[in-house]
Design a protein around this ligand. Structure first.
Ligand code: LLP
Length: 435
């Protein structure tokens, strides 16, 4: 059962996560609930790792996709490195047993404090994204008596053909240094005594379904590497970023193994096979390994629309509201053929007070209050993008391994949501009114 999708499957019409009926998970942990499959996470990582066998390659899992400690801990044990974009993510990686010397630190707005943290921990590389950042990093490293290993994140101006919010390689993007300026960026790095050039980096977008944009981006990097090495610098590694897509609805992205093999073969064919290669996959490692379970509260038939109101909302899963994203829905109990005639066209919505609060539109479902539904492929950018809007405690997270269930994040309590807040001191309002 190593296919990442097959770990969530029906047995006698009952939806299971590996060996556990989802109904059992819900009874034990409540809803909304994020459920991740240990087997699917492992299989997704192994697909990348096996395609890299015999190569100097590092898979740096993009922590932003799912930063639960249990997930990070599993990937660390499997030998992963990590791509982090904040001091917080770096702290999580270290708390989960990840090794700092396998961490790359990306992001357009690294603070001095975050730079200090990363230098102290000893990260493998800073992916720098502006000239100003290089100056600050040089100062911070100087104060610590260190040299910061850097790669310039190059913006190769490639159209990744994805949702505008998750395309990052275009000229108009805030990310990276435009390739016309990259040579100058390397010259600056060489001139700053507390920076040490170790690599080159790019990331062109997310949910990519084709390999061609990666190969186009690589062509730009190869060209730059030649010019930069002619300056006397050495580019030891090429970081090609993340972004490989998954199938949410009908997309057909290449399988991770095929993707990696094609990219590596292309790098070899262009004479760069001696360099270390870094991949930063997020979604393709965790997306299909997770589902979100929610309970049907009410059915609300209407003239223009019928609604299924569930107990999960845009605060729990933001992707539909933010990107009009599609997530397949599976019922915990499969409808017998005889009942299928009762199926109705519904929008699935949550309790949050926003019209944008929907999880699915125009789905044919056969449901009743109390039923459990699974929103599929929510292992990536699901829980991590959740919020407490409407003072809703965030969901619990569970990893299922065979017939075992591990609670890897307890459900938040309402009290914890305002534990850091304070009422005004006694008398402060009266004083203000008399002023
Ligand atoms: N490396 C860098 C520098 C990134 O910015 C990202 C994602 C990744 C790697 C991982 O990309 P992935 O393999 O997961 O596509 N919230 C959006 C996705 C935002 C992606 C941001 N950057 C969504 O829910 O679709």
């Amino acid at each position: 059962m190593s296919d990442a999708q097959a770990v969530f499957h029906y047995r006698n019409n009952i939806l299971h996560a590996e060996e556990v009926p989802v109904q059992t998970l819900v009874e034990r942990f409540g809803t909304p609930l994020y459920v991740y499959s240990h087997e699917a996470l492992t299989a997704a990582y192994q697909a990348y790792a096996q395609a890299c066998v015999g190569r100097r390659a590092q898979i740096c899992y993009a922590v932003k996709a799912n930063s639960n400690l249990g997930v990070l801990n599993l990937f660390a044990k499997l030998g992963a490195g990590f791509d982090t974009v904040s001091g917080g993510e770096l702290a999580r990686v270290l708390a989960a047993g990840g090794q700092a010397n396998r961490v790359v630190f990306s992001g357009v707005g690294k603070s001095a404090q975050e730079m200090r943290l990363a230098l102290d921990a000893g990260v493998k590389c800073f992916n720098v994204e502006s000239f100003a950042e290089m100056h600050l990093l040089n100062e911070v490293a100087a104060a610590l008596g260190k040299r910061a290993p850097i790669a310039v994140r190059v913006n190769p101006h490639v159209d990744a053909h994805t949702h505008p919010y998750i395309a990052t390689g275009l000229k108009t993007s805030k990310f990276g240094i435009n390739f016309e300026q990259a040579e100058k960026a390397y010259a600056l790095a060489a001139a700053l005594p507390h920076l040490e050039v170790v690599g080159i980096d790019c990331h062109i977008g997310s949910q990519l379904t084709k390999i061609e944009p990666y190969l186009q981006a690589l062509d730009t990097l190869f060209d730059l590497i030649e010019r930069v090495e002619a300056q006397g610098l050495r580019i030891a590694h090429i970081d090609i970023g993340g972004g490989l897509g998954i199938c949410y609805e009908e997309e057909c992205p290449p399988a991770p193994g095929d993707f990696v093999r094609t990219v590596l073969a292309y790098i070899d064919a262009r004479g760069h096979g001696h360099r270390e290669i870094i991949f930063e996959p997020g979604r393709s490692l965790v997306g299909q390994a997770g589902i979100m379970l929610t309970r049907v509260e009410y059915l609300k038939p209407g003239e223009a629309k019928n609604f299924v109101i569930v107990d999960a909302a845009m605060n729990d899963l933001a992707r539909p509201a933010m990107y009009q994203a599609y997530h397949k829905i599976l019922p915990a109990r499969q409808t017998p053929e005889s009942d299928a005639q009762h199926a109705t066209l519904y929008d699935v919505v949550g309790p949050v007070c926003e019209s944008g609060d929907w999880l699915a539109k125009d789905r044919t479902l056969c449901v009743e209050p109390g039923d459990i539904l699974a929103l599929c492929a929510t292992g990536a950018y699901g829980f991590v993008m959740s919020s407490n809007y409407n003072t809703r405690p965030r969901a619990a997270e569970v990893i299922v391994a065979g017939d075992r269930m591990h609670l890897v994040r307890a459900r938040e309590t309402v009290e914890s949501l305002y534990a850091q807040e304070h009422c005004l001191p006694e008398g402060s309002i009266a004083t203000a009114m008399h002023r």
